[in-house]
Write a protein that binds this ligand. Structure first.
Ligand SMILES: [Mn+2]
Length: 436
């Protein structure tokens, strides 16, 4: 038996940061990307002769702006109806019953599981039992998996659930459960949604998996995105492969330039990384965020951000890669001697404390968010609701203050910033970022 599992389509959801890419063909393509990816999913399902399609929630990003969003989904499901392929669907936090007031009738091949309790649908012709439960509201904090029905003997049993399992960075802990809760049901395969990164749990006969989302929507959703093709045979471990459905690919490249001595070295180094991303993406457009890190003799050559941007844009353009953003966090190996280390430490501790205090940051940003938050987001400049962004601002404020204190010459500023960066803590440990 061959099933296709996808989740987190977030159909017609706005892609962040598009304004940075201008108004060209790429921005247009990205605006349409979730629809094109859904078309690719439908085509894939038909092309491989799948016995069914499993959709594990967050088909929609929230209330439809207009009926066009729902109509597009209905049309795609209609194509599968024409091919007599059944579709099984649960609603997630983004498309919970409470979140979507508009509705359109779905073709009869689509089963939407109810939200009151977990239900079971049997497809007798192929001995398939699918078990699932939808979200009634956005914030489902109970363990739904524990109340799923037992597996039906003599059939292939598949579960469908929108869940964070035991938690994942950047994803709200909805319908939490353990991997054991999932495998204890005795199902052959548990198709999960919610976490946007592909992941497989268990390696025995009982397997649960996140397909990840169908199309990356910002730099943090980088790499190939698509659906899982799951081959199921009674008594055998499922065989799973990821089939990309994305029409554009995001890359988030953190590049250590410690070995670079000059600007040309840095350009060549970045070019090498972009080349790898380019080949992975095939013919798809690639949008990359580049973060340069490390302690490097080239630090001084990177302080002219405008020039660096121009040079990198040319390198990227040569590979048909678009740069969404360039960040320089490169330290000079020789920080200025005149800096009072105690003062530096005090400023940095204050900035670190603030960056780590999500509540205080939110309180400080509150008035600004109310005044201009929507405009900043709309322009793709800043998301004041994003804890990671606020933490970054706190760090930058510390670095900026430091730069002002130690000097006013350009070289001074450059070295001061480098010195700051050299001692700044790793910024990976942000407790919550944008929630999916
Ligand atoms: Mn979700």
């Amino acid at each position: 038996m061959r099933l296709v599992h996808a989740a987190d389509v977030h159909l017609d959801s706005p892609l962040r940061g598009l304004s940075r890419l201008g108004d060209g063909a790429l921005a247009d393509l990205l605006r349409q990307a979730t629809r094109r990816a859904l078309e690719n999913l439908t085509e894939l399902t038909v092309a491989i002769g799948a016995d069914g399609l499993l959709l594990a929630g967050d088909i929609y990003d929230g209330e439809w702006r207009d009926y066009g969003t729902g109509r597009f989904f209905v049309e795609q499901m209609g194509r599968l109806h024409d091919e007599q392929i059944p579709v099984f669907l649960v609603r997630g936090n983004h498309d919970a019953q409470s979140e979507i007031a508009r509705s359109l009738s779905l073709p009869p091949n689509v089963t939407v599981f109810g939200a009151d309790e977990a239900g079971t649908v049997v497809v007798d012709e192929i001995d398939l039992a699918v078990h699932g439960q939808s979200y009634a509201t956005r914030d489902v904090e109970t363990n739904l998996a524990r109340a799923y029905p037992d597996a039906i003997g003599g059939m292939v049993n598949v579960g469908l659930l929108h869940t964070a399992v035991e938690g994942a960075e950047g994803h709200a802990l909805y319908a939490p459960c353990t991997v054991d809760d999932l495998t204890r049901t005795g199902y052959d395969y548990f198709a999960l949604g919610h976490v946007h990164t592909h992941r497989i749990f268990g390696d025995g006969e009982r397997v649960a998996a996140f397909s990840g989302n169908l199309q990356g929507r910002h730099p943090r959703e980088s790499g190939p995105k698509g659906a899982l093709v799951v081959e199921l045979e009674p008594g055998r471990a499922p065989v799973i492969r990821l089939e990309p459905c994305d029409v554009a690919r995001w890359a988030s490249l953190r590049i250590d330039v410690a070995a670079c001595r000059t600007l040309d070295d840095v350009l060549a180094c970045v070019g090498g990384h972009l080349q790898v991303t380019r080949s992975d993406a095939g013919a798809r457009p690639v949008v990359a965020r580049v973060v340069l890190v490390g302690t490097s003799p080239a630090a001084g050559a990177l302080t002219d951000e405008e020039r660096l941007r121009e040079e990198l844009q040319m390198v990227a353009a040569g590979m048909a890669v678009s740069l969404e953003k360039i960040e320089v966090r490169v330290a000079s190996p020789h920080p200025p001697a005149s800096v009072d280390p105690e003062l530096m430490a005090t400023i940095r501790t204050a900035a670190d404390d603030l960056a780590g205090d999500t509540d205080r940051l939110a309180a400080l940003a509150g008035p600004l968010e109310r005044e201009v938050g929507r405009a900043l987001r709309g322009a793709g400049l800043l998301d004041l609701n994003d804890p990671a962004t606020l933490a970054d601002l706190a760090h930058r404020a510390g670095a900026g203050l430091f730069t002002r204190l130690v000097g006013d010459g350009e070289d001074w500023c450059g070295s001061a910033r480098s010195a700051w960066n050299a001692t700044a803590p790793s910024r990976g440990a942000v407790s919550r970022s944008a929630r999916d």
